[in-house]
Design a binder for this molecule. Structure first.
Ligand code: ADP
Length: 420
């Protein structure tokens, strides 16, 4: 049995696929696990464990993350990664800080670094402040997120109420001074060290400086340069992978994200696809079977989408009547059931929009392991389950407007589905 070299714990499912895609881009085979695997499951060199703990109570999130860490360490993982969203999705009582601290305690670490920057997707960190495109995080559409509205942009200020240890910053001028300057700065700080990064070249500097650290926390982009650094250092042996299965036919989009980009994507796809809109207020009255009947009546190969995606005002109105958690759970449960129906109907290609939504759908499909294929958009690969069903899990704001059509077109081309 081969042992694990790199082990990641992701706080949601799209985050896990995003990280897996970045590692696959670097040319290493990646296994994505849905939930903490069985103790006896054979391990591979690069393991990413997808949890769904972003909005769980802190104690639950910490317990699950520690169980994942224990599995990874038992499999021999030498480099660990706590993957959260590049928009730092969390509440003041959120889980990013507490999980980082629990992992640090279990690993007996005095410091870790936090690097959510993902320049290719417009997430940049400057002087500890996170930007989404040209807007500070707290002025971006993330301010209206249904579960984790982000009302501050300063990462140290966001982290501090979540943690016991101190926070610090390796600021942009130090990053531009190069990897040795970053290494020195990190060595002079303790606790949670936020790293500035504006361009991919900054991430390369940070990766060079931090690739020997036992624990890195952040978004997926910092991970891409890591495998080459480990290979160059001789810490990681060469890795090879078996071919991926041929994709099956039949397609469906399930959208539970209300993020600005998903709203645009749903609008764009509805110009070519038939659609069914889920409304949490109607679901609360027990109307879930209408969507199931609608899906059963569709041609499996036709372009179709079922979406709860709505404008912030509509979301707020539903949340006011039902409560945030109940509105979210009603939509997630309905989409999860529809995913089960879709697979039973022979649909073999499913695109899911939304991090929480992806978690609900993947669990409902009883998938425990996915292999990573080609990237549709930065951070969103096609993934393949054991039964050959292809699933793409898209974080709300990822992809461009034509993402859904592009995703299916990629499987249509009959070209290689392996990661490039
Ligand atoms: P993202 O990746 O954009 O954050 P998520 O799936 O993680 O998307 O989060 C969106 C949350 O909003 C989910 O819990 C989903 O069930 C909920 N939701 C979706 N549509 C609605 C709606 N119309 N009203 C209220 N909540 C909704």
């Amino acid at each position: 049995m081969s042992s694990t070299f790199f082990g990641a714990i992701a706080d949601d499912f799209t985050g896990a696929t995003d990280l897996a895609a970045m590692l696959a881009r670097a040319g290493v085979p990646v296994t994505l696990r849905i939930g903490v695997p069985d103790r006896t499951a054979p391990a591979t060199a690069f393991e990413v464990i997808a949890l769904k703990i972003r909005t769980n109570p802190v104690e639950d999130a910490v317990a699950e993350a520690r169980a994942a860490l224990a599995w990874l360490r038992a499999k021999g993982a030498q480099r660990l990664f706590w993957k959260y969203c590049s928009t730092f999705d969390s509440t003041a009582r959120g889980n990013i800080g507490p999980v980082a601290e629990a992992l640090m305690s279990d690993l007996r670490l005095d410091r870790t670094v936090h690097c959510p920057a993902f320049p290719e997707n417009g997430r940049r960190v400057f002087m500890g402040n996170l930007f989404v495109g040209d807007q500070p995080l707290s002025e971006s559409p993330m301010k209206d997120h249904p579960l984790t509205p982000m009302r501050d942009s300063n990462l140290m200020r966001l982290l501090q109420p979540q943690v016991q240890r101190q926070t610090g910053l390796v600021a942009f001028p130090t990053v531009r001074a190069g990897s040795q300057a970053v290494r020195d700065a990190v060595a002079g700080l303790h606790g949670h060290i936020v790293l500035d990064a504006v361009e991919d070249t900054d991430l390369a500097v940070l990766a060079e400086a931090c690739h020997e650290m036992p624990l890195i926390c952040g978004g997926s982009a910092i991970a891409q340069p890591l495998p080459a650094l480990w290979q160059a250092a001789g810490t990681l042996a060469d890795t090879a992978q078996d071919p991926l299965p041929a994709p099956r036919a039949g397609r469906l989009v399930l959208a539970g994200s209300c993020s600005a980009m998903t709203r645009a994507q749903v609008g764009a796809y509805l110009r070519q696809a038939v659609g069914y809109r889920l409304d949490p207020l109607e679901l609360a009255q027990g109307n879930g079977s209408d969507a199931r009947k609608w899906l059963a009546a569709q041609d499996p190969n036709a372009d179709k989408i079922i979406y709860a995606t709505a404008e912030p005002k509509t979301v707020a109105a539903a949340q006011e009547k039902l409560g945030v958690a109940r509105a979210g759970a009603l939509v997630e449960d309905a989409l999860a059931q529809l995913a089960r129906d879709a697979v039973a109907q022979g649909i073999g290609q499913i695109v899911v929009a939304g991090g929480e939504t992806s978690g609900a759908v993947t669990r409902a499909l009883d998938v425990d392991q996915l292999r990573i294929g080609r990237e549709i958009a930065p951070g969103v690969p096609w993934c393949f389950a054991g039964d050959g069903v292809a699933i793409a899990l898209k974080s709300g704001n990822f992809g461009d407007e034509d993402f859904f059509a592009e995703a299916f077109a990629m499987l249509d081309t009959g070209g290689s589905v392996a990661a490039e």
